[in-house]
Design a protein around this ligand. Structure first.
Ligand code: UDP
Ligand code: MG
Length: 334
């Protein structure tokens, strides 16, 4: 039996401090399991502003398992992973962060589960080392809220550390959406999926490239791309507010008929207007979120732009190959 090829996708954004160590751990793992599977390493440079790209090029020059995809600018983690999956050639594709928070040594165990017949083996964090309490609490809260809102069951406490079968990858490649929440998309695809419990380590070096703003954006993408419930909330809020307004109007009319001066109801009415305006703007905001997402989709721009790829031969046939193709093997050039 031939050994399966496993593609390993690693997004990198300003990972000067970890790129080499990441490569060392991955190749060590591949060497240790060379009897069971072969590996292809896809490093996606997400428009780093440091010398990450140079390091990756250097790795590609010395190790033929390495392929580097160089984005023309920073597109974000989810898009970088997407590009790696698009380019992967393996029978299964693993996704892992560069900072070694997800231990590469666990990939072989995922491969075993894949060989047992699972289409997706996703990492589920049993424990997380070295994260701030803020990140822990918000992440936990987010997954709980997400699960209440979505129709597709998205497993709790999972990240993008996972292994996917070629069949799943092919479906994934046909999902062109721009606002990408990969773990949700993979859940949506279905097939046989199983969790793989592990302990998430501390970042090997450097700082998190996910500031609060990016985290919030991802959370919004998760909720808005997988749930229509916020739109129903607007309807509910509308019902409640009109209900309250009707009662107040009735009270005001009765008080007026009974000869009251209406002053109290005048100020009450003003606060009601304030609330109404607030609810209205909130509703518009929610609709706006869906609207900009529709706008993102209808423009149909490519998801990312690639500036360079290594080894270059993978993209362009070399001159000798070109001659051979154009003139047929062994023919004299004019
Ligand atoms: N990353 C990326 N583009 C970005 C931000 C991050 O490709 O715009 C990569 C980063 O290099 C790392 C992975 O995504 O390999 C996860 O990022 P990080 O470890 O900073 O996130 P955290 O673990 O703190 O959520
Ligand atoms: Mg990290």
């Amino acid at each position: 039996m031939t050994k399966p090829l496993i593609s390993i996708v690693v997004p990198m954004y300003n990972e000067h401090d970890v790129a080499r160590e990441c490569h060392r751990r991955l190749t060590q793992m591949l060497e240790d399991h060379r009897e069971t599977f072969a590996g292809e390493l896809l490093y996606v440079n997400d428009g780093s502003t440091d010398d990450t790209l140079d390091i990756l090029k250097e790795l590609a020059a010395t190790d033929e398992r390495v392929r580097v995809i160089g984005f023309a600018r920073n597109f974000g983690h989810q898009i970088a992973v997407t590009a790696g999956i698009h380019k992967a050639r393996g029978e299964a594709v693993a996704v892992i962060d560069a900072d070694l928070q997800d231990p590469p040594e666990l990939i072989p165990q995922m491969v075993v589960k894949w060989q047992e017949g699972w289409h997706v083996v996703y990492g589920q964090r049993e424990q997380r080392a070295g994260e701030t309490w803020f990140k822990l609490v918000t992440a936990k809260g987010f997954y709980r809220i997400l699960n209440r809102l979505t129709q597709v069951a998205i497993p709790m406490d999972t990240g993008d550390f996972r292994l996917m079968d070629r069949q799943v990858v092919e479906v994934f490649k046909n999902m062109p959406e721009h606002n990408r929440f990969l773990r949700g998309m993979v859940s949506w695809i279905g097939f046989r999926q199983t969790a793989f419990l592990y302990r998430r380590e501390e970042r090997f070096a450097g700082e998190s490239k996910y500031p609060l703003s990016k985290m919030l954006q991802l959370a919004f993408d998760g909720i808005l791309s997988f749930s229509h419930k916020p739109v129903y909330w607007i309807r509910q809020a509308g019902l409640v507010v009109t209900g309250v307004a009707k009662v107040l109007l009735l009270v005001w009319v009765i008080a007026w008929l009974a000869g009251g001066d209406g002053h109290l109801f005048y100020t009450g009415g003003q606060s009601l207007l304030g609330v109404l305006l607030g609810v209205n703007l909130l509703a518009l905001g929610i609709l706006g979120e869906y609207l900009v997402r529709i706008y993102d989709e209808v423009r149909r721009r490519p998801l990312y732009t690639i500036q360079e790829e290594w080894p270059e031969a993978a993209r362009r046939p070399g001159p000798r190959e070109w001659e051979a193709r154009a003139f047929g093997e062994g023919e004299e050039l004019p």
